[in-house]
Design a protein around this ligand. Structure first.
Ligand code: SF4
Length: 547
């Protein structure tokens, strides 16, 4: 799983068909394994032109969509479809490619009928949109090629799809292309138990994106995670061994983004960026730091990491000096017994609040995930979660009900205990669970709703931002310049949050407090204010008397 126009020398090399062919080693694998009998078919494939439509399905409105926050900064989506543009870069450069990210623009029939093949990549949360795309392709008799986490786990649910490129595209896509080139009808399913070396992964086709529509770009450094949390599907999809791109690949991707005139946020999509601390610290970060210095710090990096980041001050300092600004951490629960049951070893036997403080004090903004619904949860867990979240100053706290995705240890246990009910929706905020919890479901849902109300209603939410601003020191390398778009967002928020919607009083009080106490962090504070508007909207707190 992996998540514009460029003039850098490397980009040109990657997109000239013959040079691309010669410099992209995984495309040579068929030769190595099968002698040279594929030379002629592959040459034919590369000289043929095909029209490829890459379609990324729409996300529903959820915590992660940030849809209601994006309207303040006139963006249409948070991140681009990195997996799809990476697959695009693995296709022959002689093929015509068009990307439709349905979070940015509508899918049109003329695009579908133009295509010889429609490629779709999706996660579970996009299932509804996937069904519509499939319907349109079937109606117009265009073949569909699908990959990504949804299809890797649920291919049996999609009989209309012609070909599945599952697991790691670096391995399975060349096999499909080889069969296509040979003139035989390709197989329906291409899958593998192997994990690809990321040194084979090309620079994503960033040039296909409408970059201005996105709040952040994204790139991938590693795949896999050394931990084994029982509810997490990452390790069954990507393995425990952390595989990394070479440092020069990452620098090359930064160059490409830079030459496409991207400036600002870059999200590193790795599920745990510090899974291979030694390599990150000794090789990647020093090179990234030098590149950032030489280019005037054009990017601000955001990551996901495990909490043991707090244990390595040297690493945190290096990351901050390189231009890293935030991390998302799976804290899950302050209940030690639940951490033990779900095998979250890295969170056990530590003062979680203190660890968060250390990371904030180092210069990171910390967001985090929390879960209720563990077998060992008692009714006191709801207040404990509220207290922890409020005291931590974790402003973006994603609280979800526990679910058991397929191929996880938790899923297997629920299956044995006959507690499975349905498949996971993939949406952490839709109040769904796919197994029968130990706690009475009505008590659990009431407790969950009480957490949401007590952390996202205007008053506690602004208090949490205050707590964060008191804990946080913005690093000098990432001082924010006031841009025109910030001013527009500020005036929009004054009108929408400060006048039109509920919680106006808290908004103005918070604004004055920030200007008095932390004027240097005003842009950060306003960013969180806008996030709060999104959270209150998706959680349905705008229409209730909740302040
Ligand atoms: S640390 Fe995160 S990515 Fe790794 S297994 Fe646990 S939940 Fe999954």
């Amino acid at each position: 799983m992996v998540r514009g126009e460029c003039h850098s020398p490397n980009y040109i090399a990657n997109h000239h068909s013959w040079v691309y062919f010669a410099t992209n080693p995984f495309l040579l694998l068929p030769f190595v394994f099968n002698g040279f009998k594929w030379v002629i078919p592959l040459l034919n494939l590369y000289s043929r032109t095909m029209n490829i439509l890459l379609v990324y399905p729409q996300y529903p409105d959820s915590y992660w969509s940030f849809r209601h926050a994006l309207r303040f900064i006139s963006k249409k989506a948070t991140f681009p479809p990195l997996g799809l543009i990476t697959v695009s870069a693995m296709l022959p450069s002689t093929w015509n490619k068009k990307l439709v990210d349905m979070n940015v623009e509508a899918l049109q029939t003329k695009d579908i009928v133009w295509a010889d093949l429609v490629f779709i990549s999706a996660m579970h949360i996009q299932q509804e949109s996937v069904a519509k795309i499939i319907g349109e392709c079937v109606k117009n008799r265009v073949k569909i090629v699908a990959g990504g986490p949804l299809f890797t786990q649920e291919s049996g649910n999609y009989p209309q799809i012609d070909h599945f490129i599952l697991n790691e595209a670096e391995i399975t896509l060349p096999l499909f292309l080889k069969d296509l080139a040979s003139g035989h009808h390709p197989h329906r399913i291409y899958k593998t138990d192997e994990y690809a070396a990321l040194t084979l992964t090309p620079v994503p086709d960033y040039h296909l994106l409408q970059m201005k529509a996105y709040a952040s770009m994204n790139l991938q450094v590693t795949r896999g995670c050394p931990f084994a949390c029982d509810f997490c599907e990452i390790t069954s999809l990507l393995g425990h061994k952390v595989r990394m791109k070479d440092t020069h690949q990452i620098i090359n991707e930064l160059e490409v983004l830079y030459h496409l005139n991207w400036r600002g946020q870059v999200f590193i999509v790795d599920d745990n960026f510090i899974g291979n601390k030694r390599e990150i610290k000794n090789n990647l970060l020093p090179a990234m730091k030098e590149w950032m210095q030489n280019h005037g710090y054009p990017f601000s990096f955001n990551i996901q990491s495990s909490i043991n980041l707090a244990d390595d001050e040297e690493l945190m300092t290096l990351m901050i000096e390189t231009g890293f600004s935030s991390t998302f951490i799976g804290i899950e629960t302050p209940e030690e017994i639940s951490l033990e049951h779900c095998n979250k070893v890295q969170n056990q036997n530590r003062d979680l609040l203190q660890s968060v403080r250390k990371i904030q004090n180092a210069g990171f903004q910390v967001s985090a995930g929390f879960i209720v619904g563990f077998d060992s949860d008692t009714p006191s867990v709801f207040q404990r979660q509220i207290d922890f979240i409020q005291q931590s100053g974790i402003v973006s706290a994603m609280v979800g009900l526990l679910n058991a995705p397929k191929n996880t240890t938790l899923y297997q246990r629920m299956e044995v205990e006959h507690r499975l009910t349905t498949t996971s929706s993939g949406n952490n905020t839709d109040l769904s669970m796919n197994f029968i919890p130990k706690m009475n479901i009505h008590d659990l849902l009431d407790g969950y709703k009480s957490i949401i109300k007590n952390i996202y209603s205007a008053k506690p939410y602004y208090n949490r931002i205050r707590q964060f601003l008191m804990n946080y020191q913005r690093p000098t390398v990432s001082r924010r310049q006031v841009k025109f778009s910030n001013l527009v967002a500020f005036f929009k928020s004054n009108f929408i949050i400060g006048i039109v919607n509920k919680g106006q009083g808290e908004y103005w009080k918070f604004l004055i407090w920030t200007l008095r106490k932390h004027p240097g962090l005003f842009i950060d504070a306003m960013t969180f204010v806008v996030y709060g508007y999104h959270f209150r909207t998706v959680y349905g707190l705008m229409t209730r008397d909740d302040d």
